[in-house]
Design a protein around this ligand. Structure first.
Ligand code: SF4
Length: 306
């Protein structure tokens, strides 16, 4: 029996599939639970703090205000399973908070938030492109000084080496394509703000880069469909295995992928069906998660407050 084909493709799914097809299967098809990690939870916290910062009037977006936003976001996160699941003791919790604060401070070394004219924060976007349902969350959509769209993605982990420049920008090109499909306007700029280094990388989408993004997404989708049909998701050992939550099921580490399948089937039976969540065309993702229904995108005009 073939594997069910996932309903949507997101930048993280594309990356997971190209890094290791078997990890993609465990995550996107078997939907095995992944324990929370300090890095991912810290990323969630920093994203939430920066979202709050950009909801403030431009003149109020100071470092102190950003740290207050971080405090607020942290208070909210404390009861979340992703934070509770980390099981941090007091010392570890203080280190977690200090590292998040360092990332927030670094953000101010990359840009002056008072000049940012955001029209959407943590925007969930979904559209069908060339027969593939694409989905993702744009950290920030804004207007530049000429009223052109800019897509910004915050990164809280280490930046990949410069030799991986194209790969690291592929996620923002994905979002540029989604914006173009949904809003009828191609963003002038897409940028990555790596908060750890800190390092800003930006580029301007073109006809050529858009064609390339479409081609890549079609190729990945066809490969996913083929792998599902043939039940052929191969492991790919790499340095990423050290961070993989699925080692127990991976044959490279002596695991049995069929055990993951059985577990997935049991979970599906228990859940009495289930799916991939509620599709939303364009919305604003709430702090509780990406599947929250949400208001629509702000109009593409600068806000008076900006
Ligand atoms: S442990 Fe490595 S090879 Fe195995 S599924 Fe994870 S990333 Fe792939």
């Amino acid at each position: 029996m073939a594997f069910p084909v996932p309903r949507t493709l997101s930048p993280s799914k594309v990356t997971t599939f190209t890094d290791c097809a078997l990890a993609f299967r465990f995550s996107a098809i078997d939907r095995l639970p992944e324990p929370p990690t300090v890095a991912a939870t810290r990323g969630t916290l920093v994203h939430s703090a920066l979202e709050r910062l950009h909801l403030l009037p431009p003149a109020d977006r100071t470092v102190d205000a950003a740290l207050a936003c971080l405090d607020e976001a942290e208070r909210e996160l404390r009861d979340h399973p992703d934070y509770v699941g980390l099981g941090l003791d007091d010392e570890q919790a203080a280190a977690f908070r200090d590292e998040a604060a360092a990332l927030v401070r670094n953000y101010f070394r990359l840009e002056d938030p008072r000049s940012v004219r955001a029209i959407g924060l943590e925007l969930m976007v979904e559209a069908e492109v060339d027969g593939v349902r694409l989905r993702g969350i744009i950290d920030r959509l804004e207007l530049d000084e000429d009223g052109e769209l800019v897509v910004t993605d915050y990164k809280t982990g280490s930046a990949p080496p410069t030799t991986h420049e194209r790969k690291r920008l592929s996620g923002v090109h994905f979002y540029a394509l989604l914006c173009e499909e949904l809003l009828g306007r191609r963003p002038r700029t897409v940028q990555l703000l790596h908060l750890k280094e800190p390092l800003a990388i930006s580029t301007h989408p073109t006809d050529r880069s858009t064609r390339g993004t479409r081609r890549t997404l079609r190729a990945v989708w066809q490969a996913v469909e083929r792998a599902c049909e043939r039940e052929d998701f191969r492991p790919r050992r790499s340095a990423l295995c050290g961070y993989c939550a699925f080692q127990a099921y991976c044959p490279v580490f002596g695991g049995d992928p069929d055990a993951a399948r059985r577990l997935a089937e049991e979970r599906a039976a228990e859940a009495d069906g289930g799916g991939e969540g509620v599709p939303v065309a364009v919305g604003q993702a709430g702090a509780a998660g990406a599947d929250d229904p949400a208001p629509t995108l702000a109009p593409l005009t600068p806000s008076p407050a900006s």
